[in-house]
Write a protein that binds this ligand. Structure first.
Ligand SMILES: [Zn+2]
Length: 287
């Protein structure tokens, strides 16, 4: 089934492409948002698995669950975004009114403002293992049970909180990243992680056995924004997330200007630029 058929199957009769499942038992509200970047489309298959295979409508025993489709206009226009990256608009500034993508942000905003827990689903363009970006208040004891090799702190701080957590700083929130846009392993790991979170936070009965999965923890130390569209990664012919780079190594050339490491680091998401000023590469230290 292609993405349009899946979309129709899941969201066609929903209001605003948002499905709310209510257990009618007072408890917390959890919102899961997918396809903020439409090309990260594997997440719609996670919603399908949750609804069809897992039968979440009948399994939700406490509280309320919102399954939110992100950038719907971009999805139908086959673009990552229409005017501007929707994931940079969550601070709801007045100046964003000029962008088409902001109309969607304003539709979704009230659901997120009323949520206690926000799970934001993304996938990476460059090859990468699944990783987790928790907002600082996300409980470590719940992270332990998620399938992922890596947890990365401080990306959101680097993005000045303009990503989704900006909308509701009281909510417990985290971003799940997985490679790649349609990949069976990604869909399976991500469905597992979403179900674990639903059971850890008391929305469903225990469905999956909980086992602690050991992980590496990182903190972002630097990021690089493209100054031109002419970027060549030089530290490795085949740049990928989680490669280690020693001190004083040239990472990339940006219009022939070099960027070097000044300490031993691990690289995250070394990508080609989508536009000038795009964040194309992060450097991290293990903590
Ligand atoms: Zn994304």
């Amino acid at each position: 089934m292609n993405k349009i058929e899946i979309y129709k199957k899941i969201f066609w009769n929903s209001k605003n492409s948002i499905i709310t499942i209510d257990s009618w038992k007072p408890w917390k509200t959890i919102s899961i948002i997918a396809c903020t970047h439409w090309n990260e489309v594997s997440w719609i298959f996670v919603f399908e698995k949750l609804l069809e295979e897992f039968d979440i409508k009948n399994k939700l025993k406490n509280g309320k669950l919102n399954l939110i489709f992100g950038n719907i206009d971009a999805f139908f226009e086959n673009k990552r975004f229409v005017d501007i990256d929707m994931n940079r608009l969550w601070s709801l500034e007045k100046e964003f009114e000029k962008y088409k993508d902001f109309e969607r942000v304003k539709k979704i905003a009230p659901y997120l403002k009323n949520s206690d827990i926000i799970i934001d689903l993304h996938s990476t363009t460059t090859p990468s293992d699944a990783f987790i970006i928790p907002v600082s208040n996300f409980p470590k004891k719940d992270l332990d049970y998620l399938k992922s090799d890596y947890v990365i702190y401080w990306i959101l701080e680097f993005l000045n909180w303009i990503v989704i957590s900006a909308i509701n700083k009281n909510a417990i929130s985290l971003v799940l990243e997985a490679w790649q846009h349609i990949d069976k392993k990604t869909i399976e790991i991500s469905t597992f992680n979403v179900i674990i979170l639903l059971q850890r936070f008391g929305f469903i009965e225990k469905e999956i056995e909980e086992k602690i999965i050991s992980k590496k923890y990182f903190k972002i130390s630097e990021r690089y924004k493209a100054k031109s569209m002419n970027i060549t990664y030089t530290y490795n012919q085949n740049p990928k997330s989680f490669q280690e780079i020693p001190k004083n190594t040239e990472i990339l050339k940006d219009d022939w200007k070099s960027w070097f490491t000044n300490e031993d680091v691990t690289v995250l998401m070394p990508s080609p630029p989508r536009y000038i000023g795009d964040e194309i590469c992060y450097l991290m230290k293990e903590i």
